[in-house]
Design a protein around this ligand. Structure first.
Ligand SMILES: Nc1ncnc2c1ncn2[C@@H]1O[C@H](COP(=O)(O)OP(=O)(O)OP(=O)(O)O)[C@@H](O)[C@H]1O
Length: 297
């Protein structure tokens, strides 16, 4: 069973927001979809889920093209953050709509999660704070039992305890190996603790597709100090310089080998230290522009 995004393209106002995006989602994964503001993460989720029509490409589930098989939509759940829920509706009414749309809806799970977070069926959506509304949409998504969940900034506006609870709900959901969750988020610290894989978007394309476990074993973040302020060419050739402050340079090497270790030693740093590598480092290494470096250094 797999979800395949195949050369998906979407222009918005003549701008190629999605430009031939391809990737495959296997069951049992939590995937982070990462990119700078406005890069097209929400557009990607909307296009995969059929809210926007793709200009080119398609989405298949187990080999069947989603747009030709509308019945397969129950395999996907994406609650758009801008969804115009009828704010006068109660939780119970919304449950009814989703139960009608998703035959596999798990009412028991829905009710137990509501109870865990002190939400009651008769509450109207308009009484929810932003955070409670976010929490409610996650509970609703999880209860659909759709194998592929798409969450857009699910941690936005939630307090730290609820964020931790949400992440454990999501980990529980994929643990059975049957569901996958794609999360678009700028909350890289928390995301880094739960995702198995990170897709980085830039210029309408997937520029990196990291399996975090592989990345952690191959990549290194190294702080180097040199006698003068010149950045040795090797650092830019073999790695991505993420920070320069006077004679101190921090570099992320995605493929750190023994040979590279020797080459680095030959640049004769006066000090060298390995630092813990985070998702934020990978974001900065891949998605920072020259203009940002000027601001950072
Ligand atoms: N309905 C729309 N009408 C006009 N422009 C749109 C529409 N939807 C998206 N866009 C544009 O497409 C681009 C991608 O937007 P999108 O919301 O997908 O980015 P994002 O990566 O989710 O951003 P953020 O991280 O800020 O949430 C932006 O330039 C946005 O202005």
């Amino acid at each position: 069973m797999s979800l395949v995004i195949n050369k998906l393209s979407k222009q918005i106002d003549q701008h190629p927001t999605l430009d031939g995006i391809s990737f495959t989602v296997q069951p049992g994964q939590i995937i982070g979809v990462i990119g700078r503001n406005g890069v097209g993460k929400t557009t990607l989720f909307r296009t995969i889920n059929g809210q926007y029509l793709a200009d080119n490409g398609n989405v298949t589930i187990d080999g069947q093209v989603l747009s030709e098989h509308p019945e397969l939509k129950t395999e996907l759940c994406f609650i758009d953050p801008l969804a115009n829920f009828f704010r006068g509706a109660t939780i119970k009414q919304i449950q009814g709509y989703y139960q009608a749309a998703y035959p596999q809806f798990d009412a028991k799970k829905f009710e137990s999660l509501l109870k865990r977070y002190h939400l009651m069926g008769k509450q109207k959506l308009r009484h929810f704070s932003k955070g409670t509304f976010g929490l409610f949409t996650i509970i609703l998504s999880v209860a659909t039992n759709a194998p592929y969940l798409f969450l857009d900034e699910p941690l936005d506006g939630l307090d730290v305890l609820i964020r931790k609870n949400i992440l454990s709900i999501l980990i529980e959901e994929v643990a059975g190996g049957k569901r996958s969750i794609l999360i678009a988020s700028h909350n890289l610290v928390e995301l880094g603790g739960v995702i198995d894989r990170a897709l980085m978007l830039k210029d309408g394309q997937v520029v990196n597709d990291y399996q975090l476990e592989d990345m952690r074993s191959q990549a290194r973040k190294i702080q180097l100090v040199y006698r003068d302020k010149k950045v040795p060419a090797l650092l830019r050739q073999a790695g991505r310089v993420v920070h320069v402050s006077g004679r101190v340079i921090i570099v992320v090497f995605e493929n750190y080998t023994e040979k590279l270790r020797e080459q680095l030693a030959a640049t004769q740093p006066v000090f060298q230290e390995e630092l813990p590598l985070s998702l934020t480092d990978l974001f900065m290494a891949n998605l920072t522009d020259e203009a940002d470096y000027e601001l950072l250094s």
